[in-house]
Design a protein. Structure first.
Length: 464
């Protein structure tokens, strides 16, 4: 077998053109995904497309295909036909990259069951979508890592050198499908469980045929010791079903408990955001019935908390299941609140005075990680942004592009699961920041030296 990872990318040329960018969005995506895959497989992947190697479609050496879904793509007969050809290649794993919200697109039946990765964020106030970019979006990189991990999980073992990232041998967790408004939170839960060594089911696309879909679900759920259901504001339906897939999956998981008593016990956690805003009448009926139906809640807990609290509840539940004696079987993630200091690698030593001042107050401190493994650094950064009580940006070495990127990350972090605002945001710098957009600096206390007096606004806010 060829030791390189071979990947075919299928896209509409129009989607590669972004008016204010020198490099096309898809061209940049290919470069960045290649970078992460190279870290995981040890060699650079070989990408091909219909532009240069159409004969690859007919060859068995294709291992994965990445399809960039948009209105441009779906309105092109040539693109849709190419996509159909990809689905007919034996052992070809297909991954969908959505450039627009999928509920606004009409997908052909032959691709509805493939895993998808949404490279945009939705502003719930304006109901508008913004495409993620590598230059100023760490969420973009987190999604790149997600798709790279999932691609590697489909590869032959000899192609993956960094096997420690894929040791998922502590048991299987069934993570139910969810509505579009909760996909990001589902991704968060999935990634955290995988990082702790748990295998996530389903690990393959489900059939779009209702009967086959149900049979597949039963097989997956039977192999799991925990079932997690994330319920949002919308229903999600197969073409042939009046029930939403959310309702079907919950019902099958419930039947595993209330049916044959000789079956092993399946624990079930059902999460809903604290403030549901359901406009789908059928989905509203399901949610209300779920809360009232005692039989369907046997072995289940309904939880309405911020997503970070829910993740901790999952961890406690797994600990109870796997280790009833009370011994901790997985790491508890930063149980105490902490202050996150964001800095460039070269500024690490310059933060020592700041760290001392914070330590004097007995505060827990986390700083930016700069290990050799870039992927772990990105994951660590995201986790700290989501979980920290307050943020300090230490901007010593002058690099306005770096500062701009970090400020934009803070604006967008609610889109990836942070449920509450930071108690305080501090920018420490002696550099000229007059050219920085004021909207990015909104809510920041700006100081130019580290003293107990200058940090008083921080101390006051986090001790309230």
């Amino acid at each position: 077998m060829n030791k390189n990872l071979n990947a075919f990318i299928s896209f509409n040329k129009t989607d590669n053109k972004i008016s204010d960018e020198k490099v096309g969005w898809i061209t940049e995506f290919k470069k960045n995904l290649g970078f992460v895959l190279q870290k995981l497989t040890g060699t650079s992947p070989v990408f091909s497309s219909s532009e240069n190697k159409k004969e690859k479609l007919k060859q068995n050496e294709i291992i994965v295909s990445i399809v960039f879904i948009s209105n441009n793509y779906l309105n092109s007969t040539e693109c849709v036909n190419e996509c159909k050809e990809l689905t007919e290649i034996k052992n070809n794993q297909i991954f969908l990259v959505a450039l627009y919200e999928l509920k606004q697109l009409v997908l052909p039946d032959f691709i509805t069951s493939f895993p998808r990765y949404e490279f945009f964020i939705t502003n719930e106030n304006t109901n508008t979508n913004t495409l993620l970019h590598p230059g100023d979006d760490f969420l973009y990189w987190f999604k790149i890592i997600d798709i790279a991990y999932d691609i590697c999980n489909t590869l032959p073992e000899e192609l993956v050198i960094n096997k420690n990232l894929f040791k998922q041998n502590k048991g299987s967790v069934f993570l139910a499908d969810t509505s579009n408004d909760q996909i990001i939170r589902r991704d968060m839960v999935k990634k955290e469980l995988q990082m702790h060594g748990y295998h996530i089911l389903p690990d393959k696309p489900l059939s779009s045929n209702l009967n086959e879909y149900k049979n597949d679900l039963i097989k997956y759920i039977k192999n799991a010791f925990l079932s997690i259901h994330i319920i949002g504001n919308e229903g999600k339906y197969l073409n042939s079903s009046e029930q939403s897939v959310i309702e079907i999956q919950n019902q099958i998981a419930s039947d595993e408990i209330t049916g044959d008593k000789t079956k092993k016990l399946l624990y079930r956690l059902i999460w809903m955001p604290p403030a549901l805003d359901i406009k789908d009448e059928k989905h509203l009926h399901f949610v209300e019935q779920l809360k009232r139906d005692r039989k369907s809640l046997i072995g289940a807990e309904i939880i309405q908390t911020p997503i970070e609290e829910f993740k901790n509840i999952i961890q406690h539940k797994i600990n109870d299941i796997v280790n009833p004696s009370g011994n901790i079987s997985i790491e508890m993630d930063l149980g105490k609140s902490f202050i996150y200091i964001i800095h460039e690698k070269e500024d690490a030593k310059n933060c020592s005075t700041l760290i001392q001042q914070l330590a004097k107050k007995g505060l827990k401190i986390e700083t930016t990680s700069y290990d050799d493994e870039e992927i772990k650094n990105l994951e660590s950064h995201l986790g700290k942004l989501i979980k920290s009580e307050a943020i300090i940006i230490y901007y010593g070495i002058e690099n306005e592009q770096w500062l701009h990127t970090k400020l934009k990350e803070l604006m967008k972090v609610p889109g990836y699961g942070r449920e509450k605002p930071f108690a305080a945001k501090i920018l420490i710098t002696k550099n000229d920041i007059s050219s920085v957009n004021n909207n990015l600096l909104k809510g920041f206390e700006i100081i130019n030296e580290v003293t107990e007096k200058s940090l008083k606004p921080l101390f006051d806010k986090i001790t309230k």
